[in-house]
Ligand binder design. Structure first.
Ligand code: SF4
Ligand code: SF4
Length: 159
């Protein structure tokens, strides 16, 4: 599968030598491993704050490509879709998947060895079994009250 993210030409292990707020736009975008998990609906326990990801995906998520089907114009359809950036990462990291590079670096953790920046292949996230490729159901098909039947166990992608 081709990589929609431009990772060529970046300095070796740039993420270990710069803070997240020092990255340029290409470096920032290249940290995304393409797992698709931030496009999942989540359940949050009001009392404990505990978050569980479900395999019930956003209406625009295409699990045949593991990408947003309308990324450049997605806010026309899903205005609440997050634009992640260094300044708002602190408020979102708590619900992001444990494998997500942004969350991991924010918490001072290393990138997993299957990350495309380390393997040179966008497919390595899928081969590692941590993406949502062909592993979701659409939010159109599942009523809200049934989401808890579709909770995924991290770091595995498929339920
Ligand atoms: S969860 Fe993180 S690494 Fe995965 S697709 Fe979303 S932003 Fe990229
Ligand atoms: S609009 Fe696109 S990027 Fe945003 S959550 Fe939905 S599928 Fe993901």
């Amino acid at each position: 599968m081709s990589d929609p993210i431009q990772r060529a030409g970046l300095a070796s292990r740039f993420w270990e030598r710069k803070r997240l707020d020092q990255l340029n736009q290409q470096e920032w975008e290249a940290l995304c491993d393409g797992c698709g998990k931030c496009c999942l609906n989540k359940l949050e326990d009001e009392d404990t704050g505990e978050v569980a990801l479900t395999r019930v995906a956003c209406r625009l998520f295409d699990d045949e490509t593991c990408r947003c089907s309308q990324y450049p114009i997605r806010h026309q359809f899903v205005p609440e879709c997050i634009v992640l950036k260094p300044s708002n990462l602190d408020s979102h990291a708590y619900w992001m998947p444990e494998t997500c590079a942004y969350r991991r670096l924010h918490l001072g953790q290393a990138l997993p060895d299957w990350h495309p920046l380390l393997t040179g292949s966008a497919d390595s996230v899928h081969a590692a079994g941590v993406s949502m490729l062909q592993a979701t159901v659409s939010e159109f098909e599942i009523a809200d009250e049934e989401w808890e039947d579709h909770i995924i166990e991290e770091p595995t992608g498929g339920a």
